[in-house]
Design a protein around this ligand. Structure first.
Ligand code: FPP
Length: 247
């Protein structure tokens, strides 16, 4: 089925979040080293970024490296960091050509200097683009982010800038790394895993979850279209009844 034709362009999710999973298993299935899976994964990043921009999605946020990923063998961590630098340096031109802005969320301070600088440079060079924002979550975890937000609000209370009772959902959201983005309406996770793995814990409160058994390197434009079509045909009730939604 051609899901692209079936997508309602007026009901697109404004923000899609993705957990790119299965690079390692994809490589293993082919008898290749895991790093080859990550290299193939980069091609999918490019493909899906362009497909989202083409459809009119405004924000795409990809889980590129979690705080837990430091526990992988040093060889793989180093390869991922190198791949990040290589990819960023190569892709900046293509991002600019497509008018896509790059951003990051996460604690960049722990990244190797070269990776952090490549990221900062790419952010700077794409800052004026406004067709879509691509955000890479790097050394990111949802609990880390929530704890950081709590710390910054506590400091404001201590400094006498706000009262504890001023803190509500809106103020809390504005203390998160995603303060200037809408919450994702759709979360996609590849590779058949059905966990959230510490990703955007606050922001995904009302998101629709879409899980596919495909490994990330095998995830094609048509699979993105199917995910969006499925999302559009689910009923989002935000705690209301179906009847209330018809009113
Ligand atoms: C999950 O597959 C993927 C990652 C931990 C990293 C994702 C990284 C990329 C797609 C490449 C780098 C990205 C950029 C933007 C430069 P896995 O290794 O957990 O796979 P497995 O579960 O099969 O082992």
């Amino acid at each position: 089925m051609d899901f692209e034709q079936l997508i309602d362009k007026d009901k697109l999710p404004e923000h899609i979040a993705i957990i790119m999973d299965g690079n390692g298993r994809w490589a293993k299935r082919k008898g290749q080293p895991r790093v080859m899976g990550h290299r193939a994964g980069v091609k999918t990043v490019r493909r899906i970024t362009e497909a989202c921009a083409k459809l009119g999605v405004k924000y795409l946020t990809l889980y590129a490296f979690s705080t837990e990923n430091w526990n992988r063998p040093a060889f793989e961590v180093n390869a991922l960091m190198r791949l990040l630098v290589e990819t960023l340096n190569k892709e900046v031109k293509i991002l600019n050509k497509n008018n896509i802005q790059l951003q990051t969320i996460g604690d960049l301070s722990r990244l190797p200097d070269r990776s952090r600088k490549a990221m900062e440079n790419a952010i700077l060079e794409t800052a004026k683009n406004n067709r879509m924002r691509l955000t890479l979550a790097l050394n990111y975890s949802g609990r880390w982010e929530i704890a950081e937000a709590a710390k910054s609000l506590a400091q404001k209370v201590k400094d006498g800038l706000i009262e504890p009772q001023d803190i509500d959902n809106e103020m809390f959201a504005s203390a998160l790394t995603t303060y200037d983005m809408p919450d994702p309406e759709l979360l996609i996770r590849t590779s058949g895993e059905t966990r959230l793995s510490n990703y955007l814990l606050w922001q995904l409160a009302y998101a629709e979850f879409y899980f596919t058994p495909l490994y990330w390197p095998d995830f094609m434009e048509k699979d993105l279209h199917e995910a969006i079509y499925t999302y559009q045909n689910r009923e989002r009730r935000f705690g209301k009844t179906s009847e209330q939604l018809d009113e």
